[in-house]
Write a protein that binds this ligand. Structure first.
Ligand SMILES: [Zn+2]
Length: 303
């Protein structure tokens, strides 16, 4: 761009995050991407490049299997988790994989958490729409998350029409949080649960909300920060369903104080994720500190 307008580079600088940024909610292109990918390495490269162009350096990623079956079997679940591990293999400095499980298989799900967190050092658990969060079938999986001290990211939405039979409402997430007060739960989709969802979990100190989902409605991030505090809101894009740069702008344009923005873009994630994820605290300038040393085997981190 030339002439009276700003250059492309100066425009880009205006939408650069002021500190390191971590996206807490992404999927492989193989699950939801607009174009086919042939290998996990290609997938990782394209996803990470789109994030990098937006100023995002790290991404929590979980696969829902390339079929995105709402009721996956255990073979599909293991395949999905192996795919997420291959993304980390391709770009370990970018991807923080979470273990996807279905409460339709409570005991096998708990064993899969043991494999993925205990052995493979994934950094959290992802739950989608197989069962609602208020269903006690989640309990063996939640006990594993508690044992390993890792966060649980629970899909939630608050639809007027079209809610899936087993799709969690914010009320279900609040129920889960009350059953497991020592597990830190991230309720997905601020723009899906909306202000009513924010109010529903306000009294649950172990619930955070990610900023993904729905339309980029003005004012919603500022509202959530006002009601819950910046310490309980995490930037998440739901890429590649949404472009990370567009979703990041919701947080950048929310008028947050410097510290609040650092919380949302990085520091809350650094506090929630286990040491072995390598997501370290920011220094004064907003840069990432060197990665933490590898965690000791079997470490249990209760924050
Ligand atoms: Zn998602």
């Amino acid at each position: 761009m030339t002439g009276r307008g700003a250059s492309l580079e100066s425009l880009r600088q205006r939408i650069e995050p002021p500190c390191a940024a971590l996206d807490f909610h992404t999927h492989p292109l193989a699950d939801f991407g607009p174009c086919p990918v042939s290998t996990p390495a290609e997938d990782a490269g394209l996803l990470a490049a789109a994030a990098r162009r937006a100023g995002i350096s790290r991404m929590v990623v979980f696969s829902l299997h390339h079929t995105c079956a709402r009721q996956p079997d255990m073979a599909q679940i293991r395949e999905a988790n192996d795919y997420a591990l291959r993304l980390r293999d391709a770009q370990p400095e970018v991807f923080v994989p979470f273990c996807y499980v279905s409460p339709c298989f409570p005991q096998e799900g708990a064993q899969e958490v043991e494999r993925c967190i205990g052995r493979e050092r994934m950094a959290g658990v992802k739950l989608w729409v197989a069962r609602r969060a208020s269903d006690t079938a989640l309990d063996p999986i939640m006990l594993q998350a508690e044992r390993w001290g890792v966060p649980v990211l629970q899909h939630a939405w608050n639809k007027t029409v079209g809610q899936l039979a087993n799709e969690s409402y914010p009320d279900d997430v609040a129920d889960l949080a009350n059953r497991f007060p020592r597990v830190r739960i991230v309720m997905a989709h601020l723009n899906g649960v909306n202000p009513r969802g924010v109010e529903t979990v306000r009294s649950c100190p172990n619930v955070w909300i990610d900023t993904s989902g729905g339309d980029p409605q003005a004012g919603i991030v500022a509202y959530a920060v006002e009601r819950l505090g910046s310490g309980r809101i995490l930037f998440g894009s739901d890429a590649p369903l949404r472009h990370p740069a567009v979703m990041l702008s919701k947080a950048l344009a929310a008028g947050l104080e410097r510290q609040g923005l650092r919380d949302v873009l990085w520091s809350n994630a650094a506090r929630l994720l286990p040491d072995w994820s390598g997501v370290a605290a920011l220094d004064e300038a907003g840069s990432r500190r060197p990665a933490n040393p590898p965690a000791r085997e079997g470490r249990i981190d209760q924050g």
